[in-house]
Structure formats: C-alpha cells, structure tokens
Design a protein around this ligand. Structure first.
Ligand code: NAG
Ligand code: NAG
Ligand code: NAG
Ligand code: NAG
Ligand code: NAG
Ligand code: NAG
Length: 359
C-alpha cells in the first residue's frame, strides 16, 4: 500500500512536469506564430519585381522601340561575325517601381557613364541610376534607380550593345550557303520563342506589344528586309503594334519576284534559285491563299507587303514573322515541273499555315 502511495505521488509529479512542459511549448509556439504574423503584415507586396522571377512585373509597358543594327557579314580579327546595335525603348510606368527589368542575354553592353543604359524622362526628370547589372539566370538587364518611376509617366531607355551573329539560329544570326563555289553569308533572325532578347534588350513577352522602328546598316550591294517596307536606304516604316517574337530582319543579296494584287506578295531566295524559277510555284500559290483568307476572315491583309523568304539551312519549317515570313529553303523552293507532288503539297500546306497568321 505504502508503495502504491509512493507510485501515485511519482505519477502525479510526472503529470505535473508534463503539463508544465506542454504549456510552455504552447506559449512559445503561439508567441512565435504571432511574431511571424506581424512580420508578414509588415511586409510589402510579394517580391514580384525581383530579378529572380522569370516573368516580368506589371510595372512597365513598352510603347515603341527604335532599334538600329549593323551586322558584319565578314569575320573580325578573332574570326567572329559580330553585330553592333543600339535601342531606344519608350515605355510607360504603370505601377510605381525603382527597378527596370528588361530582357537581355548574350549581349555585351557599352557602358554609358558607367552604366549599362541611360534613362531619360519624357514627362519630367527621370530618377538617376543607382546600379545596373546583368542577371544571367533570368536573362535580365537590371536597372536599379535612386528613386521611383512615376505612374503614367513615360521614359526612354537607351542601350548600346554588341552581339555575335552566331550559327545558333537564335536571335540575330548568320546563315551560310554557296553560290558558284563562293561562300555567302546572310544575316537573319529567329525571335521565337524567347530569342528576341538575344538580338536587343526588350520586354520579351508576347503580351507586351509595341511599335518597332527598325534601321539596318548594310553594304550597298546587299538588300535589307524587315517586317515593313523600307522607307530609306537603311530604315523601315514603323511596324504595327506587335510582339517581339514576330520581329524579323534580313541582310542578304537575294533576288526576288512579286505580284501586285491588292497587297504586295514577294518571294525572296538566292539569286540562282530565283533565276531558275524555283520561287515561282510558292508565289503562284501564296497569292490566291492570301486572297482566300481575306475573304474567309472578312479582314483585309493589314500590311503593305508580305515577303516570303527562303533561308538556307533553316531548322524550322517556317516562322510567321509579320510581313517577313521565313521558310526552310529546301522545302520552300520547288520546281513547278520537276518537283514531286508531295513536296509541292507540303509547300502549299506550309505557306497556307504561315499566311493564316495574317493579323
Ligand atoms: C524613332 O524613329 C522615328 C523614325 O525615324 C522618329 O520619328 C522618332 O522620333 C524616333 N523615336 C525615338 C524615341 O527616338
Ligand atoms: C545608333 O547607331 C547608329 C549607327 O551606329 C547611329 O547612327 C545612331 O546615331 C545611334 N543612335 C544613337 C541614339 O546614338
Ligand atoms: C493614370 O492614368 C489612368 C488612366 O488615365 C488614371 O485612371 C489613373 O488615375 C492615373 N494614375 C495616376 C497615379 O496618375
Ligand atoms: C562579350 O564579352 C566576352 C567577355 O569579354 C567575350 O568573351 C565575348 O567574345 C564578347 N562577345 C561579343 C559578341 O562581343
Ligand atoms: C559587296 O561588296 C564588297 C566590296 O566590294 C564585297 O567584299 C562583298 O563580297 C560584296 N557582298 C556581296 C554580298 O556581294
Ligand atoms: C465583313 O465586314 C464588313 C465590315 O467590317 C461588314 O460590314 C460585313 O457585314 C462583313 N461581312 C460578313 C459576311 O461578315
């Protein structure tokens, strides 16, 4: 019995200790939870504008780009084919921020007063730059400001850069072919899916549409093409408001053929192929196809021209750049009389697909 009492005492003591421990733990937990809660309440918006996010924040809307490129069709002393360029993007601030994130990758920048970019205010002074850097993982040029951009105010961001016209078929690149035993180089683009940022700093998401004023500096014995018609020897009419991934430009010495039925359809390819009539079948088919779509959609083709160009070695079957559709040369160039029926059918299928992206 005495033993039993002793045991009961020990049980009671153990229970008391356990109860105290549990209470202490509960109090400690609730205190730390409260602290956590108040920390969260004190926190600003989630860090949507941090450069470690892949999607752009909703703080800035681009309006227009003035972009100049000078591709070198001859290698430099290091055997590199380079292009230089500069870009002025006009944008509007839609939500207060002191950080400008703009896509850029594989470009080397000229430092301007020690920074990767220069900012000018269009409705008043712009905040001065604090720090600029390249965030490789998320493919941004980051511009940190000393003060905030004003909501509804517009600004100009200027950059100057050098890139390589590589053989990667991404961004602004080069394609090589031989004509009469001579190796020829053309400079051309492939901006989809997210390769426009390899050609120039841009807000490279499809919803962020803008007008593009393109200037291409090129030798007189070459032709420069872009989405819109040339308005000078090197400059092009502004594009319609469009996405970065639809931008295209080519510097080459190709030949062309055309029709003038309402909108102007042209077919471009290396001169030999054009002379042999290998673009004729594509031109003959493109014309009624576009006319069909205009009737089918009840929308007239909105651009002044539709170029179809045969790119040597293009890995994609085709790309619907607005006004300058690029095609794989081997599929695109067919001989009306000698080509297989299946090859001609594939060509018509491809042209129909690309021209359907007419607006
Ligand atoms: C862009 O180029 C167009 C055409 O040359 C010109 O009218 C316009 O002022 C330029 N805009 C900027 C921001 O440089
Ligand atoms: C951009 O580059 C072209 C060609 O080098 C030059 O003519 C033009 O002045 C440059 N634009 C600006 C704003 O510096
Ligand atoms: C910005 O412009 C919009 C549309 O005009 C207007 O509704 C809004 O109040 C403006 N915001 C500021 C901060 O000026
Ligand atoms: C960019 O800079 C890096 C490092 O200096 C250099 O290796 C590379 O060749 C440059 N690229 C171009 C296109 O100038
Ligand atoms: C253009 O002319 C230059 C100089 O005469 C020459 O080196 C170059 O090969 C020519 N380019 C083309 C594409 O014919
Ligand atoms: C085509 O569009 C025009 C103008 O937008 C409109 O008046 C017409 O009714 C449309 N036709 C058809 C068949 O939808």
């Amino acid at each position: 019995m005495g033993n039993a009492l002793h045991v009961r005492k020990r049980v009671a003591l153990a229970s008391l200790v356990t109860a105290v421990v549990v209470i202490v733990v509960i109090i400690a937990l609730s205190v730390s939870l409260t602290q956590e809660k108040s920390r969260n309440a004190g926190m600003a918006e989630p860090t949507v504008s941090a450069p470690d996010h892949y999607r752009l924040p909703d703080t800035i809307t681009p309006i227009s780009y003035n972009v100049t490129f000078w591709p070198r069709l001859e290698p430099d002393d290091n055997d590199l084919y380079l292009f230089t360029g500069n870009c002025t993007v006009v944008f509007k601030c839609t939500r207060e921020t002191d950080l400008i994130l703009i896509h850029s990758i594989e470009l080397n920048f000229t430092l301007l007063d020690g920074f990767h970019a220069r900012l000018t205010g269009l409705n008043g002074p712009a905040p001065s730059l604090k720090k600029t850097w390249l965030e490789d993982r998320t493919e941004y040029l980051v511009v940190q400001l000393d003060g905030p951009l004003q909501v509804n105010s517009s600004y100009e961001l200027f950059t100057e850069f050098v890139g390589e016209l590589s053989l990667t078929q991404q961004g602004f690149y080069r394609s090589v072919y031989t004509e009469d035993g001579v190796e020829k180089v053309i400079a051309t683009t492939q901006m989809q899916p997210t390769h426009a940022r390899k050609a120039f700093p841009c807000f490279d998401e499809p919803a962020l549409k803008a007008v593009f004023h393109v200037t291409l500096i090129h030798p007189q014995n070459t032709t420069a093409l872009s989405n819109s018609l040339a308005s000078g020897r090197t400059s092009f009419e502004p594009t319609k408001i469009m996405s970065t991934y639809l931008l295209a430009f080519v510097v080459c010495d190709f030949g062309h053929i055309k029709t003038e039925t309402g909108s102007s359809i042209r077919v471009w390819a290396n001169k030999k192929a054009i002379d042999k009539g290998k673009g004729n079948y594509a031109l003959e088919k493109a014309t009624p196809i576009l006319a069909f779509y205009e009737k089918y959609y009840n929308i007239s083709y909105p651009l002044k021209k539709s170029d179809q160009i045969a790119i040597p070695g293009f890995v994609f079957p085709a790309m619907e750049n607005w006004g300058l559709i690029t095609y794989r040369e081997s599929t695109f160039l067919q001989d009306l009389h000698e080509s297989f029926y299946e090859d001609k059918e594939m060509l018509v299928d491809m042209v129909s697909h690309e021209l359907a992206h007419m607006v």
